[in-house]
Design a protein around this ligand. Structure first.
Ligand SMILES: [Zn+2]
Length: 354
């Protein structure tokens, strides 16, 4: 079968790969839709995770169960399933304790297990299917579901770390797909005012659809000053950092915007920076409380099935941010190119495997 393999820094391509062997608790899944992500582009162009070299890449996919190990109980061959962005060994006690590192312990780029490739291949092995796969409810399309495992999962995890209370004022920095999901999550959590910071007209319009009440263009002036002008100089309750750019700038701005006792939740991957510098003044020189969290998307079946339930019942919809639907495995490299292009109108491309 074919797999899309990271050949060397700067180059990934299709090649013949063996069909993965599965253990008794695992499932073999045939992807029916995949999504490309800025993380894939970083992985190829910057070799951000050297462990991925020589492996099939890809971490956003839905599919149907093709074959089951004999101990899989909750999934049948033919079931529509969402694959997770990170594969965990949920039997590991540290994973059960909620340690995020262990939520990736079976992920392709962190595991020595040769069965573990990414999702961009004709068949993929899912370790411990009953714990890691999620059922896709009837009425939720592949395109809707494929945007859940990373985009919605990351945005909503970040929002949970913000601990939003009804009517609070929150800022969403960055309105790429994760930031858009952050706005949707903040709206669902009952934020009273959602101030979205971005620039591209297409995504700003989407941010409004997802619940943003105010839009700030970071190109129009200092972000902190613009938001303080909106709030009458009152700091906000929490900030989601889902933006790119310089880590120190972004996180310092978020900390400065946030009230004492408030939460800054970072879901951006700042791959180009070695250190972060935050002025002590924003913490009142270390003698006042403010929470800063770097959150990685929750993983696992329970979490993903809860997010899918929200979509199934119309609480939010991932579909509007899917701006491009391509068809067939041959379109995968075009989809990656769309992510790379930084085209004004590209938010999230999805490849449907017809
Ligand atoms: Zn992703």
């Amino acid at each position: 079968m074919k797999g899309y393999v990271l050949q060397e820094k700067g180059r990934a391509d299709w090649q013949e790969v063996p069909v993965p062997e599965i253990g008794p608790f695992d499932a073999l899944v045939r992807p029916t839709a995949v999504a490309t992500c800025t993380t894939d582009v970083h992985l190829i162009d910057a070799l951000s995770l050297p462990g991925a070299l020589g492996k099939v890449i890809g971490h956003e996919a839905v599919g149907v169960v093709h074959e089951n190990g004999d101990q899989v109980t909750d999934f049948q061959v033919g079931d529509r399933v969402l694959l997770p962005a990170g594969l965990a060994d949920w039997r590991h006690p540290r994973a059960q304790r909620g340690e995020a590192k262990y939520h990736q312990s079976r992920s392709p780029y962190f595991s020595d297990d040769p069965r573990n490739g990414g999702w961009f291949s004709e068949l993929v092995a899912c370790y411990d299917a009953d714990s890691n796969l999620a059922h896709i409810p009837d009425g939720v399309t592949d395109v809707q579901a494929v945007a859940v495992d990373d985009m919605a999962a990351t945005g909503f995890t970040g929002v949970e770390r913000m601990e939003i209370q009804f009517g609070e004022v929150v800022v969403i920095m960055g309105v790429g797909p994760v930031g858009l999901m952050g706005a949707a999550g903040a709206a669902l959590r009952g934020a009273g005012r959602i101030i979205a910071v971005g620039s591209r007209p297409a995504t700003m319009e989407l941010a409004k659809q997802y619940g943003a009440t105010d839009l700030i263009d970071y190109k129009a002036g200092d972000v902190h000053d613009q938001i303080m002008a909106l709030t009458g100089g009152v700091q906000v309750d929490s900030v989601l950092v889902a933006s790119g750019g310089d880590a120190s700038d972004q996180i310092s701005t978020a900390m400065r915007l946030t009230k004492l006792g408030g939460h800054v939740s970072v879901v951006s991957g700042f791959f180009d920076d070695e250190t972060v510098t935050i002025p002590l003044e924003v913490w009142n020189y270390g003698v006042m409380e403010k929470f800063l969290t770097a959150a990685q998307a929750n993983q696992g079946r329970d979490w993903m099935e809860r997010l899918l339930l929200l979509i199934a019942n119309g609480k939010f919809d991932t579909a509007p941010m899917v701006t491009h639907v391509l068809h067939g495995w041959d379109a995968l490299s075009d989809s990656l190119e769309l992510m790379r292009s930084r085209d004004q109108n590209v938010v999230k491309p999805v490849v449907v495997i017809d």
